[in-house]
Design a protein around this ligand. Structure first.
Ligand code: NZQ
Ligand code: ZN
Length: 388
């Protein structure tokens, strides 16, 4: 078991009615608030009005709306301008991962000293200074409410980059706010949660028992609860479990004690959404089973992990290890397919035109050559091709 440091400063207020923590959470930082949100789901659901009702008298509220799924650097620039012009004390992000990620970049951008905010995204810096950030989560998926990453897109350069920026101070996680999430986003968010687990679960370390157990439990929870949420969007128990799963899955906790590489499926997916602006979880659904089959063939010594995956996650039985490996991957692919998301790149009208450039960028600095089964550019191109 490897060393690790547990250091997550975010306070999570979880459950129905936890918006009651909003006022006190903001008050500790001041009364000039930048509220950020996406394309309008918060207005449709009534959450926007509920927030204004709670805050109106005591806070001065400024707004940045229209944050895109796969949020763009242009929205970050707008948000930084609003903060600087209005002397904002605290940011309140209301939405899914895109709104929270954009808000993290705004929070850091206010103190960034360079001329170009895109440079802030592409260059790592430890302990960045940031405005305080509070969020109200409306979609269970990315775990942005409980991590310090933000993924920002730059359409001018066809890049989508994950940067380490800042943790939220407080995340308000009320599962009832996810009742209105569409089937498509529920499925892709759930697939994203599973992927966050699988990126670390498939590791060479075989003795981090607690954290492998947490990882398997999260996967089983999504396998149980996603189909219920798809059938009954207002099933509190299913939505609550998915929300709890999401926060822990991307927190790093399920990877503690393990050797973890550079999250290959995420690296390959971010290229797809950088070039084609697709939904993150859908890209992961298409890539993951193909990545699995590719690495098992490339390095059969990794099969023991897939045997464990088949037995402990899918409850499959039998002693034929090759059969178990195959059946576990097939079960995952089948689960994704049944959720209704597209399962090939052709369905998204994506062809091989950009595979070479995408593979090179996914493996910049040789980052995918470290990990469970190292892959190179030719492997990545082969995986993309298998996804067609
Ligand atoms: O924009 P609005 O109108 O709010 O609609 C959104 C959007 O269209 C809608 N939505 C959100 N909450 C809703 C709702 N619709 C109805 N009812 C609600 N309660 O859902 C759509 C997708 O929202 P988005 O925020 O884009 O989804 P998600 O949370 O999946 O975030 C995806 C982004 O996060 C990045 C992804 O790459 C992508 O850019 N990631 C961030 C990570 C992180 N910070 O750690 C890690 C992840 O691996 C991921 O890369
Ligand atoms: Zn993800």
């Amino acid at each position: 078991m490897n060393n690790y440091v547990h250091d997550i400063p975010t306070k999570i207020c979880f459950g129905k009615g936890s918006i009651s923590y909003l006022k006190q959470s903001l008050q500790q930082f001041g009364n000039r608030v930048l509220m950020t949100y996406g394309g309008g789901s918060v207005k449709k659901s009534g959450l926007y009005d509920e927030i204004l009702k709670i805050l109106n008298d005591e806070f001065e509220i400024f707004e940045l709306s229209g944050i895109e799924p796969n949020p763009r650097i242009s929205s970050v620039i707008k948000g930084v301008e609003i903060c600087k012009e209005n002397d904002i004390d605290v940011i309140l992000a209301v939405g899914g991962g895109s709104t929270i990620d954009c808000s993290k970049a705004i929070a850091c951008g206010v103190y960034y000293e360079g001329d170009d905010l895109w440079d802030m995204i592409t260059h790592y810096e430890k302990d960045r200074k940031a405005l305080p950030l509070i969020d109200i989560l409306t979609l269970s998926a990315t775990g942005s409410e409980y991590d310090n990453s933000a993924v920002i897109s730059n359409p001018d350069t066809n890049e989508k980059i994950g940067a380490v920026l800042t943790f939220p101070s407080v995340s308000i996680c009320d599962p009832t706010y996810t009742f209105s999430v569409s089937k498509y986003q529920t499925a892709s968010g759930s697939i994203d949660i599973m992927s966050h687990i699988m990126e670390g679960y498939f590791s060479v370390t075989d003795d981090s028992d607690l954290y492998d157990g947490i990882a398997e439990t999260v996967l089983k929870s999504v396998i149980k609860n996603m189909p219920i949420a798809l059938e009954q969007p207002d099933n509190y128990s299913a939505r609550a479990n998915l929300m709890a799963d999401a926060s822990i899955a991307c927190s790093g906790i399920p990877e503690y004690g393990k050797e973890v590489g550079s999250w290959p499926c995420h690296a390959m997916e971010h290229e797809l959404s950088a070039y084609y602006d697709i939904t993150h979880g859908v890209g992961l659904a298409i890539l993951t089973p193909r990545w699995m089959r590719h690495i098992v063939e490339k390095d059969p010594s990794c099969k023991w992990r897939f045997v464990r995956f088949a037995r402990n996650v899918w409850g499959l039985e039998g002693n034929d290890e090759d059969e178990l490996v195959k059946a576990g991957i097939d079960a995952l692919e089948d689960f994704f397919r049944k959720s209704g998301v597209p399962m090939s790149l052709s369905e998204l009208n994506i062809d091989e035109t950009n595979f070479k450039a995408m593979a090179a960028h996914a493996n910049r600095n040789g980052k995918l050559e470290r990990g469970f089964v190292p892959i190179r550019e030719e492997d990545i191109e082969a995986i993309y091709t298998a996804c067609l």
